[in-house]
Write a protein that binds this ligand. Structure first.
Ligand code: 1GP
Length: 246
């Protein structure tokens, strides 16, 4: 059961997102080894769009080099693997496209059950990160405007009331700017489930800022594809024991 591990918010957690299209071979192995050294808490695997059918191979490679939990972060109902430890059962609450609110989930549910994958019900909120994200394009949904924390709060509240176990504030991979601190702070104040924040976090300063604003779990991906050596400083920033300014 991985959910209790995520639910324990006494200490901040860092997740590294691995997009199988972008990280393969030696670069993948090297990042996984750095994740071990940097004491990352878990790995997320997935992407809005996978051009190559290498999810299984990617997870097998990861598993061969780490004991860290591997949690699927699927962009669609094809991204399933029995090798994973759990799956974020995402529902794109910020959008009004029924396909990504419930459609893909219905199609995937029997396969998820057959795979005996633990599901972690996740209210997924896409926030404007300064450029059109792949998620926004693929799902044909509009992100929550950057300067509208109240919309994010109401959406996150609705997700919690619907029984979602986690809320994920997402600026989109490679976002120009991360989810604003004011929005994170406002959402944190109004929900009691764990809060994941990701998208556009490229430095230890940015990671610290989202933690101080109230994120329980920080996700980094893109920056590590170009500068994997940043992982250690980002991990130190997330795991530093400081008071959140709420
Ligand atoms: C994207 O939140 C993740 O789904 C991570 O974003 O790749 O920009 O770090 P980055």
């Amino acid at each position: 059961m991985w959910y209790p591990f995520l639910k324990n918010t006494a200490a901040k957690k860092l997740a590294v997102l691995i997009d199988p299209d972008k990280l393969q071979g030696d670069a993948l192995v090297s990042l996984v080894q750095q994740a071990n050294t940097a004491k990352v808490d878990f790995l997320l695997v997935g992407g809005s769009l996978l051009l190559e059918n290498i999810l299984e191979k990617t997870i097998a490679t990861i598993k061969a080099h780490t004991a860290l939990p591997v949690i699927l972060f699927p962009g669609n109902n094809y991204q399933l693997s029995t090798q994973a430890d759990a799956l974020l059962m995402l529902s794109l609450l910020s959008g009004r496209n029924a396909e990504y609110l419930i459609g893909q989930q219905v199609v995937a549910a029997p396969a998820i059950r057959a795979a005996k994958l633990e599901t972690i019900s996740t209210g997924y909120l896409l926030v404007d990160g300064g450029r059109v994200s792949t998620t926004s394009y693929i799902t044909q949904t509009m992100p929550i405007p950057h300067h509208k924390p109240d919309v994010a709060v109401a959406t996150a509240m609705a997700g919690e009331m619907l029984g979602m176990q986690i809320i994920y504030l997402e600026a989109g991979s490679g976002a120009q700017w991360p989810v604003p601190e004011a929005m994170i702070r406002a959402v944190r104040k109004n929900i009691s489930v764990p809060l994941i924040v990701g998208g556009g976090i490229r430095s230890s300063e940015a990671a610290e800022a989202v933690c101080r604003a109230g994120a329980d779990i920080v996700v980094v991906g893109n920056v590590l594809e170009q500068e994997p050596e940043r992982l250690l400083e980002i991990s130190l920033a997330v795991h530093a024991n400081y008071e959140a300014v709420v």
